[in-house]
Design a protein around this ligand. Structure first.
Ligand code: PGA
Length: 255
């Protein structure tokens, strides 16, 4: 069975004590409801909390801490930045790269993201690589080409073994934080297309191993129907990952 992932993207939310209580609550939930071997839950907490979150959750099987971003170099004069090497050195397992908020507010380009992906993988992190179109691109019916360009320019230079350490998150920008979810059919159409693109380059065996997550207003009410689609392998969850009851319900919906 393909790896399934439910990853919480906490974005810039929670104080220290709030963050640790939430990590502990999620840890307790998973201890009581253990994950199967093919299931991973990832907490992409603000970077300042990764060390404590890692300590809080390290004894729980298949529960991992992730970061929301990293630099493309190992070290150097880059004031305010955090490297994949640093994240790896404190036990972080995953990093989100290419979130639409990073692309939009921090001008991250496909070429920059390619360098970040390379550096994160070289440092042994697993990458959750985000792609997805704006409302304008969707309305122009150009979304498949747009996503193909994002993946081609940032991801499809990877070798087969490298790609197996990547999960792709399809996050239509018009669905992020808007309460407007892509329908299961809309999401499945794009996920299937992403798998088809991978098949053309890497072959079916590899393409069938890469998890493709859906993100964008995923919540307890729609998670199970989304996750039931053949090419949806879990979710990248923003708002609903900040509340224990909602996040636990989404974990429970993971196939
Ligand atoms: P949302 O965010 O679930 O709040 O829409 C998803 C994301 O941005 O990863």
């Amino acid at each position: 069975m393909r790896q399934k992932i439910v990853a919480g993207n906490w974005k810039m939310n929670k104080t220290y004590s709030e963050a640790l209580s939430l990590a502990a609550e999620i840890g307790n939930y998973i201890e009581q409801n253990p994950l199967a071997d093919h299931q991973h839950v990832v907490l992409c907490v603000p970077a300042i909390y990764v060390v404590d979150a890692e300590q809080e959750t390290s004894s729980i099987d298949n529960l991992w801490v992730g970061a929301q971003n990293c630099h493309y170099k190992d070290s150097g004069a880059f004031t305010g930045e955090i490297s994949a090497q640093m994240l790896q050195s404190v036990g972080v397992k995953y990093v989100i790269i290419g979130h639409s908020e990073r692309r939009e507010y921090f001008n991250e380009t496909n070429n920059l993201l390619k360098q970040k992906v390379d550096n994160a993988l070289a440092n042994g992190l697993k990458v959750i690589f985000c792609c997805g179109e704006s409302l304008k691109t969707r309305e122009k019916n150009d979304y498949k080409e747009w996503i193909e360009e994002q993946l081609t320019e940032s991801l499809f230079h990877l070798s087969m073994p490298q790609l197996l350490n990547v999960a792709i998150a399809y996050e239509p920008i018009w669905a992020i934080g808007t309460g407007k979810t892509a329908s299961p059919e809309q999401a499945q159409e794009v996920h299937e297309h992403i798998r088809y693109l991978m098949m053309n380059i890497y072959g079916a065996a590899t393409a069938n191993k890469v998890p493709i997550l859906y993100g964008g207003s995923c919540n307890p009410a729609n998670a199970a129907t989304l996750f039931a689609q053949p090419d949806i392998d879990g979710g990248l969850i923003g708002g609903a990952s900040l509340k224990i009851d909602d996040f636990a319900a989404i974990i429970k919906a993971m196939p």
